[in-house]
Design a protein around this ligand. Structure first.
Ligand code: HEC
Length: 154
């Protein structure tokens, strides 16, 4: 190896060591600030969970199992994993009267939750559709807006 080349490599190495290190310090926080799709999903699950805790847990319980003869379960419930519009209407209009959930009868009153925003309802319903052993697709804010607009004009 020529002396010139060796010196060039030496300085190139120093350059990478020094500025390379600086660059990674600079790039790392930027990269963590960017939301990857999985991170976005995790944080919206967390928000959905917190909303569930605030607005639903008192009746449907932390694990979604409900209270026998009082509050039906949202765990493994067809109401939760089934038709989206029907589910959205449970929150927008409340639910009164005889219903069957997982083979058990309920005849209670669920107060409507229509003070919640479209985003909040979408997050809560997506959370309950994808937790407690439920595996159904998400509910989007646009789905809620659509059902809400229908229920206003009717
Ligand atoms: C004050 C108690 C109470 C609160 C708060 C409440 N619910 Fe209910 N919920 C009920 C009752 C009671 C019923 C059954 C009504 C009936 O018997 O017709 C019900 C029914 C349901 C149903 C349909 C049946 C089932 O279990 O799958 C869903 C879905 C549901 N609630 C979701 C929610 C969600 C989501 C929230 C929070 C935003 C919520 N509820 C808040 C009491 C409550």
């Amino acid at each position: 190896m020529s002396m010139k080349l060796a010196r060039l490599l030496f300085f190139a190495g120093l350059f990478v060591l020094f500025f390379g290190g600086q660059a990674s310090n600079f790039v790392k926080p930027m990269a963590t600030g960017l939301n990857s799709p999985t991170m976005e999903k995790e944080s919206s699950t967390k928000v959905g969970e917190n909303l569930y805790i605030k607005y639903c847990l008192q009746c449907h319980q932390k694990d979604g199992s409900g209270v026998p003869n009082m509050f039906p379960p949202v765990m493994k419930s067809d109401w939760v994993t089934g038709d989206k519009d029907k589910l959205i209407n449970v929150l927008l209009k409340g639910l009164v009267g005889d219903i069957e959930v997982n083979g058990d009868q309920y005849s209670q009153v669920m107060p409507k939750q229509n003070n919640l925003t479209d985003d909040e309802i979408a997050l809560i319903l997506t959370y309950i559709r994808q937790n407690f052993g439920n595996e159904a697709g998400p509910v989007l804010p646009a789905d809620v807006a659509m059902v809400r607009s229908k229920s206003i004009t009717r």
